[in-house]
Design a protein around this ligand. Structure first.
Ligand code: NDP
Length: 474
């Protein structure tokens, strides 16, 4: 019996995905560049062995799969994917499908898709979220490619995807790079969500003197309410954990330098490319970069001194409610920005990205999974063409209720010198977004003064330059 699907790359993600595929009853052929890795994987596959065909050569691997062959490539992103594709291509037949399931830049995915177009082979770019655990037991899967090629893999992917109630968290989202683009924005939102949680943690730790254990139990309470989500749940857990080496709270012994692999940055860059404001996501990416220049921060603190950071609002149930609502309001802002970027990209790249479906397949399996995404699903189902999440009727109500808290918390934090870049960005995004007459009239006047760029008038009169006189440039 031939395999239903093949998978190349048996590192953390690929091996877990392969076991998931086998466990759901799909026969799978596997291959890894270094054959010992394949041996080890197969040796540890236990009861799933009879669903797995371990292969030592590409030739043997391709032969083991039922045509048209879907082949998942789950290896190190970038150059290695192109090398692996080139090594595979000579053995494939018309109709076979190469599926890149790594964290590719969607622009590379579009290029790979185009490159294969005239060869009779097809290419799918597939975003997979949920880390190791998701890959093994149910990830959220975002697929881009032709709809026809998706049909060939739909059954297998549906069987392995996470389920929200009974809905599988997998969908075909559009042509070429659509899946990897949506995965990128998922990660951009994830950056913002994590940064905002970290800023609230900073207020509690530095502004209110709370211990990691105390903050853990606050997040634990919030996880029972409207903030209920995987990220809040793990925040409670990491804050409660103890360092085996010293007995201190685990976060207290971890250096405050955050890493990043690029997807947050790509989200911010693409938002800028398209002229869509995504300030909370940008702030979160910049916050990671600021965290990384620790020696500069240490030197600067010596020059400027340490503020006492004392939060001007007394700790108690009212403040806790305010912090919870502030985080909620800011979270709405970040998600609204992420969805707005996707809406614009959908037009720009001809994808017709289905907003309610994207929200739906993020409800389980992925890192930003939450109750909240079910509410976004419902808001976009009712008003799929809403210009922005925050003006959908349900979210407009939530924003009205929660923005005053965000305003109080950001004001108090900035007054005490506590950095809250993502929370503040979400707040000013809202303030600017709902301001019918802003201040860009002055920018236009300045641009016309120094560069004769011209402006439109509020009264519509056909006069486009100001009486700037001799000081102005032509
Ligand atoms: P790694 O990114 O660590 O890559 C290791 C795998 O790539 C090995 O199987 C290795 O084979 C193979 N490889 C490296 N270079 C080549 C090459 N030139 N040709 C062929 N194979 C090569 O693996 P992960 O499992 O961590 O991640 C896989 C993909 O999934 C990446 O794109 C990653 O960004 C993405 N991802 C990872 C997540 C995670 O939590 N780790 C979450 C979501 C996505 P060999 O054994 O021979 O060295």
């Amino acid at each position: 019996e031939k395999a239903e699907i093949g998978l190349i790359g048996l590192a953390v993600m690929g091996s877990n995905l392969a076991l998931n595929i086998a466990e759901k009853g799909n026969k799978i052929a596997v291959f890894n560049r270094t054959p010992q890795v394949t041996d080890e994987f197969y040796a540890n596959a236990g009861a799933l062995k009879d669903k797995i065909i371990p292969c030592k050569t590409i030739e043997e691997f391709v032969e083991a799969i039922r045509p048209p062959r879907p082949i998942i490539i789950m290896i190190k992103a970038g150059e290695p994917v192109d090398q692996q594709m080139a090594a595979l291509q000579p053995y494939l037949d018309k109709g076979d499908i190469m599926i890149d399931a790594g964290n590719a830049n969607f622009r590379d995915t579009i290029a790979r898709f185009d490159r294969l177009k005239d060869t009779g082979l097809t290419f799918i770019g597939m975003g997979v979220s949920g880390g190791e655990e998701g890959a093994r037991h149910g990830p959220s899967i975002m697929v881009g490619g032709t709809e026809e090629s998706y049909k060939r893999v739909e059954k297998v992917l549906t069987s392995i995807a996470a389920k929200y109630n009974d809905d599988p968290c997998v969908a075909w989202l559009g042509n070429d790079g659509a899946g990897h683009f949506v995965k990128t924005i998922h990660n951009g939102i994830e950056y913002a969500d994590m940064q905002m949680i970290a800023e609230i943690y900073g207020i509690l730790r530095d502004g209110l003197g709370k211990s990691a254990a105390e903050i853990s139990s606050i997040f634990g309470d919030w996880n029972k309410g409207r903030l209920n989500s995987y990220l809040i749940e793990i925040t409670e857990k990491v804050l409660a954990a103890k360092d085996p080496a010293t007995g201190s709270a685990m976060p207290d012994v971890i250096l405050d330098k955050a890493g990043q692999k690029g997807t947050g940055k790509w989200s911010a860059i693409e938002a800028q490319n398209m002229g869509i404001p995504a300030t909370a996501i940008e702030a979160a990416v910049a916050a990671r970069s600021l965290s990384a220049i620790k020696s500069q921060r240490e030197a600067a603190e010596k020059i400027f001194g340490t503020p006492d950071y004392k939060f001007p609002i007394a700790f108690g149930p009212d403040l806790l409610k305010d912090l919870e609502l502030a985080l909620f309001a800011a979270k709405i802002g970040a998600y609204a920005q992420g969805f707005a970027v996707m809406a614009e990209a959908s037009k720009e790249f001809n994808w017709s990205l289905p907003m309610p479906v994207i929200a739906k397949i993020w409800r389980a399996g992925c890192i930003i999974r939450s109750q909240f995404l079910d509410e976004i699903t419902s808001a976009f189902t009712k008003t799929p063409d809403a210009a922005n999440l925050i003006v959908t009727p349900a979210f407009a109500e939530m924003v009205k209720e929660s923005i005053p808290s965000l305003r109080r918390i950001v004001s108090a934090a900035t007054a005490s010198g506590l950095p809250v870049p993502a929370l503040a960005s979400a707040l000013t995004y809202f303030d600017a977004y709902r301001q019918a007459r802003g201040t860009a009239n002055l920018i236009q006047a300045q641009r016309d003064f120094f560069g004769a760029h011209g402006f439109d008038r509020v009264d519509g009169k056909d006069i486009h330059h100001g009486p700037w006189g001799s000081g102005a440039q032509g």
